[in-house]
Design a binder for this molecule. Structure first.
Ligand SMILES: C[S@@+](CC[C@H](N)C(=O)[O-])C[C@H]1O[C@@H](n2cnc3c(N)ncnc32)[C@H](O)[C@@H]1O
Length: 251
């Protein structure tokens, strides 16, 4: 196990500067007709992340947790009432804001946040494309693809920021389905649907290859809080005992 961890850390030590170089040489990507600027220190969306917008209902209040370049924000904002885009990385927050301004989106607020630390209020949809690689590095705000605490913290705290019929949409590799579902269940979430992200075009596949980002088989995992499902609540009321249930399952 230690060897595997060591290998991941070694590879990522090479990968980060390599991606920064590629992003510097190639500082944008066009997705479904929208051109997004991508800063050197920001994750380039290569997994058809835009399709998260299919889960956004008209008028939803959306939280984009770990917004990166803002790809999920710019695709959900046209449907949403409002989007709050947060990221631990100042470079990502600036990048999201730049892309929203460039696309003329006026219903988006962008701010720095370590997970939910500056998030207030509740949301109809929380979207997150967590770092896929489970390795710890110092300076987390510079490590857009590695984290050990993103997933556990997200599941532990998301329930407090969802409306009673709110949903949590997590993008993660399909082969971790068992682990993702278990972690969600431990924190009181019911998995409603798992769906592969749309197939990559040849161009996107080749670009992913250049970024050594192939074979992830990314998927959308749609969750809702179990307590909310059972209580069948009236539209804006939090079901009694929901927070207590979450607090005990998170302990
Ligand atoms: C894989 S990237 C996804 C970015 C974007 N949502 C997308 O789909 O392209 C993960 C993002 O999570 C952010 N992140 C990592 N740890 C975080 C934390 N503790 N709090 C908030 N954001 C975090 C990273 O900076 C990065 O932008």
């Amino acid at each position: 196990m230690k060897i595997w961890s060591f290998a991941k850390r070694g590879f990522m030590g090479f990968w980060y500067p390599y991606v920064r170089l590629l992003n510097t040489l190639w500082p944008s990507i066009t997705i479904e007709g929208k051109r997004l600027a991508i800063s050197p220190d920001v994750y380039k969306p290569l997994e058809n992340e835009y399709a998260c917008a299919d889960y956004c209902r008209p008028g939803d209040r959306v939280l984009d947790l770990g917004s990166g370049s803002g790809v999920c924000t710019v695709f959900t904002a046209p449907k949403a009432r409002e989007v709050l885009a947060v990221d631990i990385s100042p470079a990502a927050v600036r990048n999201t804001r730049e892309n929203c301004d460039r696309l003329g989106l006026t219903n988006v607020v962008c701010r720095e946040s370590d997970m939910f630390s500056t998030v207030d209020g509740q949301f109809d949809l929380i979207v997150a494309n967590p770092p896929y690689i489970n390795v710890e590095f110092e300076k987390e705000e510079e490590q857009f693809a590695t984290s050990v605490r993103f997933m556990p913290t997200m599941f532990a705290q998301a329930g407090d920021h969802l409306t009673p019929d709110g949903r949590l949409l997590v993008q993660f590799p399909i082969w971790f389905r068992g682990r993702v579902e278990k972690l969600g269940a431990e924190h009181g979430f019911e998995l409603l649907e798992v769906k592969r992200t749309p197939n990559k075009s040849l161009g996107l596949f080749l670009l992913s290859l250049a970024y050594t980002q192939v074979g992830f088989r990314s998927a959308f995992y749609l969750f809702r809080a179990k307590a909310a499902a059972k209580a069948a609540p009236s539209p804006r009321k939090r079901p009694a005992g929901a927070s207590r249930a979450r607090a005990s399952s998170a302990a």
